[in-house]
Write a protein that binds this ligand. Structure first.
Ligand SMILES: Cc1cc2nc3c(=O)[nH]c(=O)nc-3n(C[C@H](O)[C@H](O)[C@H](O)COP(=O)(O)OP(=O)(O)OC[C@H]3O[C@@H](n4cnc5c(N)ncnc54)[C@H](O)[C@@H]3O)c2cc1C
Length: 495
């Protein structure tokens, strides 16, 4: 029945699937990682707030709390090994006015129960001193030194690349369709590119994790409801926030925050709107108005004229009850090898703080496989290091000169706002996971994210992609099949 038989097939290459692939690549296993999209990390992992949460928010005893705190501890080592941008700047939950101040105590208590180190209560004066742009009515803040920010695209790509370097096979544009069963054991995975045998299938399909687990006959009542979060991005030349500023949370979300990205832009968002369509990432007038209203409560001097982009992401919100005895919580992660079906690792409802938790979830998968009797033998030549490629704008003038001397393509700036060179673009096209679309290059180099939002660089990138991939510019896409930029040549002379 099968094209090839693998030990493990991982369904979904978001941050969770890629981390699982990377952690499992340490062992002597034949692993296939599939994703339906044209690149890794195009689902929830591509549109989030990029915060490595400290862990004072999730309900104590829930898997969310346990994975959050355990995951947070792993990020320094991971960033060092995989060479992605990560800064442990700490974060604040800010109380505005006297009535919000007591709410910080609840978070403090949750943080203590969850085992979050490095928390401190700050006075309003201290917060004003640290964040000059903050609402002067700030009455105090909970400060957590272990909060961090990262480049979430770089994280996914680095994890996937390191997995591939260590022997994992990645197949993109490969959609899971069904399982092949022998009795109650999964023995293969049917995809649009054929059927592949396996001993283990791992469900890390994010928004579609409910569909995948239903095909394995698990949790028919489990449902993912996409929860939309919308954002504004600001021009970094106009406003700078030093840190992550949360409001006091509501019962359903951590609230609309104001934060810096690791690239120095201020972003505000996300709101939280339950929707039905798992593909609807449009922004709405009402949603953006809500984001604006709440964010300006934290930082009143935000100015709409300095907005350079808006976007939305979808949280894969589940309805699984927490299984820890005594914890009454109905939206926990599913992380288990279920009893009802053999050869299945089920990861469902991995909403926020899923980015933070991903390495701990990957570690938990290894432990679960060992508990299930899988003999995981380490490879002698496993290499945890994923080498970084040069980022021209981060180099000293001396280093830039050397780079250009060795390869003149690093002397040609393609994106002026973000100073991205042709050399960097070409390197990404020929990387271990080749960037084959405009968005794939954007996510890897940060090109097109500045003030002109790709207005200047897009035609040049289309040209470079066509040249390097040996295809017609008409075939170059923004994000995969059906998103071509060009429809026909202009000034085409017949005959
Ligand atoms: C607005 C918002 C803000 C957030 N902020 C934060 C934050 O600051 N910090 C934090 O820790 N977390 C945050 N999160 C949560 C975090 O982004 C997610 O928990 C995490 O990205 C989930 O990763 P994943 O790999 O499970 O899912 P995804 O990234 O969605 O990956 C699932 C993958 O499965 C693929 N797939 C689906 N169906 C199939 C199929 N049939 N066949 C093949 N492939 C398939 C998809 O294409 C996708 O690539 C936020 C989320 C959102 C939406």
């Amino acid at each position: 029945m099968a094209n090839k038989k693998y030990d493990v097939i991982i369904i979904g290459a978001g941050v969770v699937g890629c981390m699982v692939a990377r952690f499992l690549s340490r062992y002597k296993l034949d692993i296939l990682l599939i994703d339906k999209e044209a690149d890794v990390g195009m689902g929830a992992s591509s549109a989030n707030t990029a915060i490595v949460h400290a862990g004072y928010d999730p309900v104590p005893g829930s898997l969310k709390a346990i994975m959050n705190v355990a995951g947070n501890r792993m990020w320094d080592t991971l960033a060092g090994e995989l060479n992605f941008p990560f800064e442990r700047r700490g974060d604040y939950v800010v109380a505005i006015g006297d009535e919000e101040l007591p709410l910080l105590n609840n978070l403090w208590e949750r943080g203590v129960k969850n085992g979050v180190p490095g928390m401190m209560m700050l006075s309003g004066d201290e917060v004003r001193r640290r964040e000059p742009n903050i609402n002067p009515k700030v009455s105090g803040a909970l400060w957590a030194s272990t909060g961090g920010i990262c480049d979430p695209f770089a994280v996914v790509i680095a994890a996937a690349e390191n997995a591939v370097q260590n022997g994992v096979t990645l197949m993109l544009e490969t959609a899971f369709e069904d399982f092949v069963m022998e009795g109650n054991r999964i023995v293969g995975v049917k995809t649009n590119r054929g059927t592949f045998g396996c001993r283990w299938a791992i469900n890390s399909a994010g928004l579609y994790s409910d569909v995948v687990m239903h095909k394995a006959g698990q949790y028919p009542e489990f449902k993912i409801t996409p929860r939309k979060g919308e954002y504004y991005v600001f021009d970094r030349a106009e406003i700078t926030i030093n840190n992550v500023l949360f409001p006091v949370p509501t019962p359903v979300t951590k609230g609309i925050l104001v934060t810096t990205t690791i690239h120095g832009n201020t972003i505000i968002g996300p709101n939280a709107q339950d929707i039905q369509d798992k593909e609807d990432r449009s922004v709405t007038r009402e949603g953006l108005a809500e984001v604006w209203r709440d964010a300006t409560k934290l930082v009143p001097k935000l100015d709409l004229r300095h907005v350079i982009a808006v976007f939305a992401g979808l949280r894969p919100g589940g309805n699984a009850p927490c299984k820890t005895p005594g914890v009454n919580y109905g939206h926990d992660y599913i992380i288990e090898i279920p009893e009802g079906v053999q050869g299945f690792v089920n990861l469902g409802g991995i909403e926020s703080p899923g980015l933070t938790s991903a390495p701990a979830i990957a570690q938990r998968v290894i432990e679960m496989l060992k508990d299930a009797g899988e003999k995981l033998e380490e490879k002698r030549d496993w290499d945890p290091i994923r080498p970084a490629r040069p980022r021209f704008r981060d180099l000293s003038p001396e280093e830039q000169k050397i780079l250009i001397r060795n390869d003149p393509r690093y002397g040609r700036i393609v994106c002026r706002c973000e100073t991205v060179t042709e050399g960097e673009i070409v390197a990404e096209i020929h990387a271990p996971i080749p960037a084959r679309t405009y968005d794939a290059i954007k996510r890897r180099t940060w090109l097109g994210t500045g003030r002109c939002q790709g207005g200047f660089d897009t035609p040049r990138v289309v040209e470079i992609l066509a040249r390097e991939l040996g295809i017609s510019p008409l075939e170059v896409t923004k994000k995969g099949p059906g998103s071509q930029f060009l429809v026909r040549p202009t000034k085409d002379v017949e005959g």
